[in-house]
Design a protein around this ligand. Sequence first.
Ligand SMILES: Cc1cc2nc3c(=O)[nH]c(=O)nc-3n(C[C@H](O)[C@H](O)[C@H](O)COP(=O)(O)OP(=O)(O)OC[C@H]3O[C@@H](n4cnc5c(N)ncnc54)[C@H](O)[C@@H]3O)c2cc1C
Length: 434
Amino acid sequence: MFLSAPPAASVTALPRSYYAATAAPRPPRPALGGDVTADVCVVGAGMTGTAAALHLAERGYTVHVLEEHVTGFGASGRSGGQLIAGFAGGLGPVRSQLDPAAVQAYWDLGVEAVTLVKDLIRRHDIACDLVSGHVDVALKARHVAELEATAAEWQRLGYDGLDLWDRETIRARVASPHYVGALYDPGGGHLHPLNYTLGLAAAAERAGAVIHEGTPMQTFEETRDGVVVRTPHGTVRARWLVLCGNAYLWRTVPAIGARIMPVGTYIVGTAPLGAARARALISGNEAVTDLNFVLNYFRLSADHRLLFGGRVSYSRVEPRSVAAAMARTLHRTFPDLAGVPVEYAWGGYVAITINRMPHFGRLGRHTLFAHGFSGHGVGLTSLAGKLMAEVVAGQAERFDLFARIRHLPFPGGRLLRTPLLVAAMMAHRVRDWL
Ligand SMILES: Cc1cc2nc3c(=O)[nH]c(=O)nc-3n(C[C@H](O)[C@H](O)[C@H](O)COP(=O)(O)OP(=O)(O)OC[C@H]3O[C@@H](n4cnc5c(N)ncnc54)[C@H](O)[C@@H]3O)c2cc1C
């Protein structure tokens, strides 16, 4: 099974994946039974929720985290693991809404997000196979022009180290006949996303946070001085509620769900290739993303597999032959891998927003949320957790910079928004072919 539909309340284990097979040991995290009080209740134990819990607990707050399934069950335990600087939507939506100084501050937070991930890994000694280097690859001349514009814009914003690669260079670095140019960013990289999440969870627990697995938030209500959060076997009364359910939260919190769309994306993992063959594919071991709107992304694992992702599904219906289709795309991209078997195939939900910028905000006086990272969450989620902890501590400026960006709801309401998005995506797909 690739996808577990967002509301699957009975599922408590991780889906079969390369990450689940190589996960760090995890302690038992019993469900909430009874009523507790806390400074903060965090909902969701992915990267956002565990990072929020860690930063809050380090500041001395009492924190209870409610996770419907298990830690890392959502996108955080399934993702491509690509640590990518910048924002999926570029800076256009920010430039149209903020003055130049605020745009620079917004950009600087994005840079801080990537640095923060590396700091957290180092500070908490998280074994998650972190590797430096990310490459955006161009499939056509139009993409090369886009990469040149991106490099110029990032450099104007003060981002150093970027390198534009021509056709010969990228073909020497990534053994695929399809790429005609690239933008190399030594600041990006890749990591084992499940083990990063489990490492954040363990660090949060060491700092005093309590994580309850198998504990769905069913409802919440704001009171005069806080929130009451109800679960099947207990309640949490807290001064603050921090919602980190991302693509899975739209049913329980429809007020914010309309502004994100859960989109299925899939990854296949080959059998181990051996160190030499793996290095022949991606000689610098970078994470690689192509520039198509419906994009492919890939990288090597620590045990020398190729982890290859792509192929989105907007229908929330699992495509039956997705593993076979993904394997065909992989072999088309890397003809030298013909005959190499695929050993893992899994999928998950990315939460996208219309403008592809992350959606941060408040619901009432005591409830914060951050979601809709639109495929850039490996970097941005830890910062989201940190900024929500800052709000609880009375320092809201940095969170509010993100929260100032307006987000439109997906058109069509509950019934029509998926078909409308499918139609829009088909239009983008046609453009990818041109
Ligand atoms: C296949 C795939 C590939 C991806 N590749 C990349 C990539 O290469 N680079 C990148 O930057 N991003 C990538 N992403 C996106 C990235 O993984 C996400 O942005 C990020 O993990 C989001 O983290 P999160 O903690 O906000 O959400 P999640 O990890 O989804 O965690 C949300 C958690 O909340 C829990 N939850 C929800 N509702 C409730 C409730 N009512 N009660 C209790 N618990 C609840 C869920 O069970 C879940 O565990 C990818 C995503 C997928 C699915």
